[in-house]
Design a protein around this ligand. Sequence first.
Ligand SMILES: [Zn+2]
Length: 292
Amino acid sequence: MFQFISCGQNTYYLRCFSNIGVYDLGNGEAVLIDSGDHKKSVSDLDKALVERGLKVKMILNTHGHVDHIHGNRFFKEKYGCPVYAPQIEQYFVEESAVEPTYYYNGIPTNRARNFFFRPLGTACRRLTPDVLPAGFEMLPLPGHSHNMHGFKTPDDVWFLADAVVDRLTFEEYKLPAFMDVNKSIETLRMLETLKGAFFVPSHSAATADIAPLARYNAEMLEQRKAFFRTLCTGKSFEDIFIAACEQLPMTMDLDKYAKISTTVRCFLQSLLEDGTVTARIEGFVPRYYPVQ
Ligand SMILES: [Zn+2]
């Protein structure tokens, strides 16, 4: 049975692939922070809410990635509740073609559109601080996606979305998705000093001290950047990609290629932005060189 895990007087979360935050407003209504990663977590959440006699008043999406928005349509239709997401992220929530576009480099085919069993988009309002329930705060967490935000409930509990991943994710996936690596590192350094009673990342267990995990994530991203710089010896993107897969090492399939190749391009972008790597067109494709 899907159970609420308490992390504050009125703050709970449901542990699943992408944790869902639940804040009990005390009047039979609840605020959801994200809404589930697939159909099963949505139906489990629905049952747990009904069991507690809670109706959904509003959904706050941290960002528009597919594994955070599955229940939007279901709860919106059931309760008529509004769905909010930060600027830019709202387009990912509303239109199911947007996220696959950056993995598949073009208008996605039906197959690409169904990547991760993506649900239909849901009408979504832009999230601004004035729509938050009393005592809530929002915090920009850029890097993993365009404009991801975290939320603090009145119980001093922070929901931190995908700003950090756990050690196992780094060990298994080698290159978790960070779309802007340099901004992610800045966000992680900020999280090392963030004050709060409890912290709930989406893909990790909740903790009273987020600093060690934030530090680990920042160090891993710096380490991966240094690794990619060693591969920039006049190689093309494809050669860098192959070398990374061999050395990290990683297995590959077509959907994984779509995600990981995007992440590798983001690491190369971060090095170009730093000025520690440069790119030149040679033989019609960019080749990457270190800058001494
Ligand atoms: Zn995400």
